[in-house]
Design a protein around this ligand. Structure first.
Ligand code: ATP
Ligand code: MG
Length: 214
């Protein structure tokens, strides 16, 4: 039986944007992934829970954004668990779900790959998946490549660098734009844009939230 290659794109997705989608699609193509699972975080251990939008909204936006790509799925593995959710636990669950005949590829941006070193059980984490580090504007992966490769080879694991079309988009910037009443058109899928407006996310000011679409 052929080994299934599954990509996992973890994130807060607050909100999901085209940077995430371009990265996932590029990884799928380059690594011949049969599926990319988007894994919205539950209570992110590295972020202030009070600062993160309700999982219900983040999950729904991720579903809306991935709807039109037949290779994309959204996993509830993290959001259905209570307490702090760690990637290592999600990988264990996904590995169990798919059996031994699966090869997991964990997809991250340039900023996240360095953070991983500080994650809970990082050594074991590396044993469970191959890592794909995507280029991201504003984060100099090239400068750190030597360090990263050294670190990964010392762990005897493989790291892949993935060049993606540069998208200087971040969820932080999108939240700020919405808060300031600025357009986020073409930064997120249209459905996500509408969802944000409809649910008045990222702004206390309803008038501002609706201004673009009156
Ligand atoms: P925030 O600003 O709230 O941190 P974010 O835009 O960084 O949001 P996350 O949900 O934190 O989005 O990121 C999930 C994953 O997607 C991380 O691995 C991150 O590095 C990657 N990523 C996010 N934006 C981009 C982008 N524009 N290009 C490449 N990778 C990205
Ligand atoms: Mg981030």
């Amino acid at each position: 039986m052929e080994t299934k290659r599954i990509g996992i794109m973890g994130g807060t997705f607050d909100p999901i944007h085209y940077g995430h989608l371009v990265t996932a699609e590029a990884a799928r193509g380059q690594f011949q992934l049969s599926q990319v699972l988007f894994l919205p975080s539950g209570t992110p251990p590295h972020k202030d829970p009070a600062q993160v939008t309700d999982t219900k909204h983040r999950y729904t936006m991720t579903v809306l954004a991935t709807l039109t790509n037949p290779y994309f799925e959204v996993s509830r593995v993290d959001i259905d668990r209570s307490g702090a959710t760690y990637t290592i636990d999600a990988l264990r669950i996904l590995q169990d779900l798919h059996g031994s005949n699966v090869r997991l590829f964990f997809i991250t941006g340039a900023d996240a790959i360095l953070e991983i070193m500080g994650w809970k059980d990082s050594e074991e984490l590396l044993g469970m998946a191959e890592f794909i580090a995507a280029t991201r504007p504003g984060f100099q992966l090239e400068d750190r490549q030597g360090t990263i490769h050294h670190w990964f080879s010392s762990q005897n694991k493989r790291l892949h660098i993935l060049q993606v079309p540069a998208m200087a988009i971040s969820s932080t910037d999108i939240r700020t734009r919405v808060h300031n009443g600025e357009s986020i058109r073409y930064l997120v899928p249209e459905t996500v844009d509408y969802y944000i407006r409809k649910n008045r996310l990222y702004t206390a000011d309803v008038q501002k939230a609706m201004v673009d679409y009156e």
